[in-house]
Ligand binder design. Structure first.
Ligand code: ZN
Length: 197
């Protein structure tokens, strides 16, 4: 089946229909430009569907042959595929490079998290996709990956009375999957960040 990308006017009129559906008047002044604004915003927050905006992942030769845990953490913002509402929080990432392989330019982790987040997502899938993309950049040579994502889901937080909408996902591959000791070391690094959500 051929997928025909709708044109901007069709999208705006669909957003107008949604505004009508919730009981709004899409013609009132404050809403007049809203369909256009949403359309422009979607291009940014859903850029993860656009292959041409995929981040280039720089890698370097592991000259010193290190096999230490390399750790990174940061924020993420995504949209849940069930309700098209934001979920967001902190990610904690680590990997162990292959002594004879390559290492990641560490600033690239945040870019990859940003790119994979810019789609309708499930937090579980997001964690896996981040690892897959970074693992591919290292040609599958890294010894293992670990990622924990702590997220707040607005679809839960906005609706539930007692539910704060927090969710945590952990995903491990390679040596992190095989060795409890390495996972514990990773969790110690996560705790050291002292982040509150
Ligand atoms: Zn949801």
């Amino acid at each position: 089946m051929e997928i025909v990308a709708p044109n901007a006017e069709d999208i705006k009129s669909a957003i107008r229909t949604l505004l009508l559906a919730i009981g709004e008047n899409p013609d009132r002044e404050g809403l007049a430009e809203t369909p256009d604004r949403i359309l422009r915003m979607w291009k940014e927050i859903f850029r993860g569907y656009d292959e041409s905006r995929k981040p280039t992942i720089t890698t370097f030769e592991n000259e010193e042959g290190m096999s230490d845990i390399i750790f990174d953490s940061g924020d993420f913002y995504s949209m849940c595929e069930h309700h098209v509402l934001p979920f967001f929080g902190r990610y904690y990432f680590a990997y162990i490079p292959s002594p004879g392989g390559r290492i990641l330019g560490i600033s690239k982790v945040a870019r990859v998290v940003g790119y994979c987040s810019a789609r309708l997502q499930l937090q579980e899938r997001l964690a896996r996709e981040v690892v897959e993309m970074l693992s591919e950049a290292l040609e599958g040579e890294a010894l293992g990956f670990a990622i924990v994502m702590k997220g707040k889901h607005l679809c839960k937080a906005m609706r539930g009375v007692r539910n704060e909408g927090n969710m945590c996902v952990a995903h491990f591959t390679g040596v992190f999957k095989q060795q409890a000791e390495l996972r514990n070391e990773f969790y110690r690094l996560v705790e050291m960040q002292n982040d509150r959500l």
